[in-house]
Design a protein around this ligand. Structure first.
Ligand code: FE2
Length: 206
């Protein structure tokens, strides 16, 4: 008689990366990059997770650039949200969007994006060595266990305490808003420029 072994992975964190550029494009890419740099010049911005660097105030769908950007990425957001198998009619809404400019040695502390369901980052300019995006395993016990600090042949969903995304210009990253993440220091002389945004799922009223 054969032994039946069933393997389950009941809890998982979907992170999508989508490289724009050739087939899919963000039409307003250059305008968004220019906007980030001009906001940095004219605005004090705000300090949330950033250590140094510029983080702009928030924009919504009322802003034309934010609106057009969200419209461009909506098809892949729908692909992302389909993973969650929502069984009710809903709208996928941009809650807020802001610009980040990290100059030399600027970084972002570990944080989550409260009050929203999904979040994303789109990279407008990424010089070499300007810092990886690092997600922490939401199983918070794991980081205290020496077992997971031992050498592994390869890292996978069963043994990783962190997951790194190496940013590239025109890369879009989507993740659940409650997953803690941070940005390593920018070691380049050039600025690392990105847009971050939050998405909320609004149940349609019957
Ligand atoms: Fe963030």
């Amino acid at each position: 008689m054969n032994t039946v072994i069933e393997q389950f992975t009941p809890f998982a964190t979907p992170i999508f990366t989508i490289q724009y550029g050739d087939q899919k494009i963000i039409k307003s890419h250059t305008k968004l990059k220019d906007k980030a740099l001009s906001l940095e010049k004219e605005d004090d911005g705000r300090t949330i997770s950033n250590e140094g660097g510029f983080q702009s105030n928030e924009f919504t769908m009322k802003d034309t650039l934010a609106h057009d950007f969200f419209h461009d990425i909506l098809p892949v957001i729908h692909q992302y949200t389909s993973v969650f198998q929502l069984a009710y009619n809903h709208d996928t809404m941009l809650n807020n969007l802001w610009y980040n400019v990290n100059r030399k040695n600027n970084f972002n502390y570990a944080h989550t994006h409260g009050g929203s369901n999904y979040s994303g980052i789109y990279y407008l300019s990424v010089p070499e060595n300007s810092g990886k995006l690092v997600f922490n395993n939401p199983d918070t016990m794991i980081k205290n266990l020496t077992f997971y600090g031992q050498p592994m042949k390869t890292f996978n969903e069963y043994n990783s305490t962190q997951f790194n995304v190496i940013p590239k210009e025109k890369l879009l990253v989507l993740f659940p808003s409650h997953i803690e993440h941070y940005v390593e220091p920018n070691k380049s002389d050039e600025p690392r420029i990105s847009i971050a945004f939050n998405i909320i799922i609004q149940k349609e009223k019957l």
